[in-house]
Design a protein around this ligand. Structure first.
Ligand SMILES: Cc1ncc(C[n+]2csc(CCOP(=O)(O)OP(=O)(O)O)c2C)c(N)n1
Length: 378
């Protein structure tokens, strides 16, 4: 290793250290905002075939459609909790594409589309949004396990849970990783720091994503942490950490693929900060973004949203067109309609069902409550 020589005066130059930190994390980008390849080598290195590129685009369109329909259904009271995803499709769907069925996803509440991409039926996601216990059944339509933890509502808690599972995978010599998503706000939580520190100390099989979408509800990213780059938080734990253009699907895939390879080779975790933006309210439960950001800012980010550049790139390669997109949206819409009907037809959850699923072994008081509610048919 090369020795870093600094004078004592340089070591004590705190201002210089702040400047150095700011310059430390160049952003990985392969497709620019105009859909042009700015890194041919990166594209080659991604090994994405035409088929893969179309699949990633389809997954992003699926996510956008889910977002549009879920928001409308939530307004009609037909959905439960929903955290909009528009703007984060590359950060979520292109990264998730780099993982396989044996990898475990640890999602936050905004990461429902990635679980669906893993084979979780949409109707179960709808039940999850309504708080129905069947919404926490992670299986495909034909009964195969979907290796997903439940979407975590406690900010950052999935990082600790994921660290444990990542260590388990390592101890069992599995060719698999956990991939974990949180937000910029999540990276300020204690659980976040504990999780990355533990996973790093044990060189566990984990890929950590921090989706820097600009806001933690109404708190802008620069007010909730003084870190100049959230990726720097990984460095403190000894984890290779990078910043990626979160609106660039190819860069997101490339970063995730290389991080997965690094982690499965026994090197320990990688942390990826994705630079993106939440274009819609925090959730459909009444948040008004115009109370904490301007319409102009939102409009600017809409011009940089990830579907635009992927669409231009794929159209240039004759892999995508308006017609293909319209036909696929119709397909997805039909799938969502069926999913709503299926979810509506599932028997309503009783209070006793809810209590039965709260603890593996219900406490004495809970057992009495279950018996009471059951006797009342509730
Ligand atoms: C431990 C904890 N504290 C506070 C909350 C309330 N809360 C819900 S969402 C949220 C903001 C999280 O922001 P971020 O991690 O940036 O993710 P984003 O919602 O932007 O995807 C907060 C503070 C919570 N759910 N859990």
């Amino acid at each position: 290793m090369m020795a870093i020589t600094k004078t004592n005066a340089q070591i004590l130059d705190f201002t210089a250290q702040l400047v150095a930190q700011d310059e430390e994390f160049p952003m990985l980008q392969v497709l620019n905002n105009e859909g042009k390849v700015v890194d041919e080598d990166g594209l080659k290195r991604s090994e994405l075939t035409d088929d893969d590129l179309v699949k990633i685009m389809k997954n992003m369109v699926l996510s956008r459609q889910l977002d549009i329909r879920s928001t409308k259904l939530a307004k009609q009271g037909r959905f439960g909790f929903f955290a909009p995803t528009a703007g984060q499709e590359a950060s979520q769907m292109a990264s998730a594409y780099a993982f396989n069925d044996e990898d475990w996803i640890f999602p936050g509440y905004r990461d429902i589309p990635e679980i669906i991409a893993k084979g979780w039926p949409i109707w179960k996601a709808i039940l999850w949004s309504r708080g129905h216990q069947l919404g926490n059944e992670y299986t495909t339509e034909d009964g195969r396990e979907v290796k997903s933890w439940f979407p975590q509502i406690i900010i950052g808690a999935q990082y600790v849970e994921a660290a444990g599972v990542a260590l388990g995978l390592k101890k069992r010599s599995k060719d698999a990783v956990v991939y974990v998503y949180t937000g910029d706000g999540g990276s300020s939580q204690g659980d976040f720091y504990e999780g990355i520190n533990f996973a790093s100390a044990y060189k566990a099989n984990a890929v950590f994503f921090v989706q820097n979408n600009g806001y933690a509800i109404s708190t802008p990213r620069n007010l909730q942490t003084a870190a100049q780059h959230l990726a720097a938080k990984g460095w403190a734990s000894g984890i290779p950490s990078i910043v990626v253009d979160g609106n660039d699907a190819v860069a997101m895939y490339l970063a995730a693929k290389e991080a997965r390879a690094w982690a499965t080779a026994g090197n320990g975790p990688v942390l990826i900060e994705t630079m993106t933006n939440r274009l819609e309210p925090h959730s459909t439960a009444g948040d008004d973004p115009l109370r904490y950001r301007t319409q102009g800012d939102i409009d600017e980010w809409w011009k940089k949203e990830p579907l635009i550049r992927m669409r231009i790139f794929l159209e240039g390669k004759k892999l995508w067109s308006e017609e293909i997109e319209a036909a696929y949206i119709a397909e997805v819409d039909a799938e969502i309609d069926t999913a709503i009907t299926t979810a509506d037809n599932v028997e309503k959850q009783k209070i006793s069902d809810y209590l039965k699923h709260t603890l593996e072994v219900p406490s004495q008081v809970m057992q009495e409550q279950i018996a009471k509610f059951e006797s009342e048919g509730k």
